[in-house]
Write a protein that binds this ligand. Structure first.
Ligand code: CP
Length: 302
């Protein structure tokens, strides 16, 4: 099994299915009376976050604790990184502090890959720039897998700021490997060049793309990563690309509405559907603990 989890591009279909099956077992444990296992009781997991996070950071820490690992959280803003220490020096010092696994989030694409080549600890990517967010895609996939038990030929629409989205990229690698039919929807200014080479359909028409969809996934508009002028105004974007009830009514009657969070209500998604009966946005967050238990247990050989 893998020592690091850096992305779903480099994770096989079999490894993804293994993680999802393990996550299903871990979920039944954390939702049951026992809640805790001792699989990683001699291990230490460090979260090293150079960007803000609520869901990913808390769920990795909860997952490590549920497996009885020791945990330590480092926020870049309050560490020696502020004094000019390099990423590699920080990682090698964490090795010297006997950390077994480093979960890293970084604004630079490729930072986890660089770290993994220079430390003894396992490295898990908690989101790197616009590249990948593999555990988010795995928890999205678990949420779909629980309902459909397969991805084959499921019609999945991913709508929003595809260009800046590491969540979209990891989902595209993972979902297409498992046989889903994925369509990405955005204005051209928010689409990466040649995104169709990742095995998806591409559309500028959300009304048409959602017809018959089994899953509609909205993405956060990443204003902090954008240059100006990629869309004319919030109102206009919401009119053409916002996910709302009228649009969801065109999807399959059992459609699952997903979003990785954090949500911009009224921009990429309307409040009426965030809080509506088709939304699985909060169950996605709970699934994040189970998926991250499976990933930590895999990379640490628990
Ligand atoms: N989905 C996600 O990565 O959320 P956080 O930024 O809160 O971790």
């Amino acid at each position: 099994m893998k020592k690091h989890l850096l992305g779903l591009k480099t994770t096989s279909k079999e490894e993804i299915l293994f993680i999802l099956e393990e996550a299903k077992k871990f979920k039944s444990i954390i939702l049951g009376p026992q809640k805790k296992l001792d699989y990683l009781k001699n291990k230490t997991v460090v979260t090293l976050f150079y960007e803000n996070s609520t869901r990913t950071k808390v769920s990795f820490e909860s997952a490590a604790k549920a497996l009885s690992a020791g945990t330590c959280a480092i926020a870049a803003s309050s560490s020696s990184i502020q004094k000019g220490e390099t990423l590699i020096d920080t990682g090698q010092n964490l090795d010297a502090l006997l950390c077994d696994c480093i979960v890293i989030r970084h604004s630079m694409s490729g930072a986890p890959h660089l770290l993994s080549k220079n430390v003894k600890a396992s490295v898990v990517n908690g989101g790197d720039g616009t590249n990948e967010h593999p555990t988010q895609a795995l928890l999205d996939m678990l949420t779909i897998y629980e309902k459909h038990n397969s991805f084959k030929d499921l019609k999945i629409v991913i709508a929003g700021d595809i260009k800046h989205s590491r969540v979209a990229r990891s989902n595209l690698w993972g979902l297409t490997k498992l046989g889903a039919k994925v369509t990405v929807v955005a204005p051209n200014t928010l689409l990466p060049l040649e995104v169709e080479r990742m095995g998806c359909e591409v559309s500028n028409n959300l009304d048409k793309a959602v017809e018959g969809a089994n899953v509609v996934m909205g993405l956060r508009m990443q204003l902090e990563r954008q240059s100006s002028g990629l869309f004319p105004s919030i109102d206009e974007y919401h009119k053409f690309y916002g996910i709302n009830q009228r649009r969801l009514n065109k999807a399959d009657s059992n459609v699952m509405l997903m979003h990785p969070g954090p949500i911009n209500r009224g921009l990429e998604i309307a409040s009426e559907v965030v809080d509506g009966s088709q939304s699985v946005i909060l169950p996605q967050v709970t699934n994040g603990i189970a998926v991250r238990m499976a990933v930590l247990n895999m990379v640490l050989g628990g």
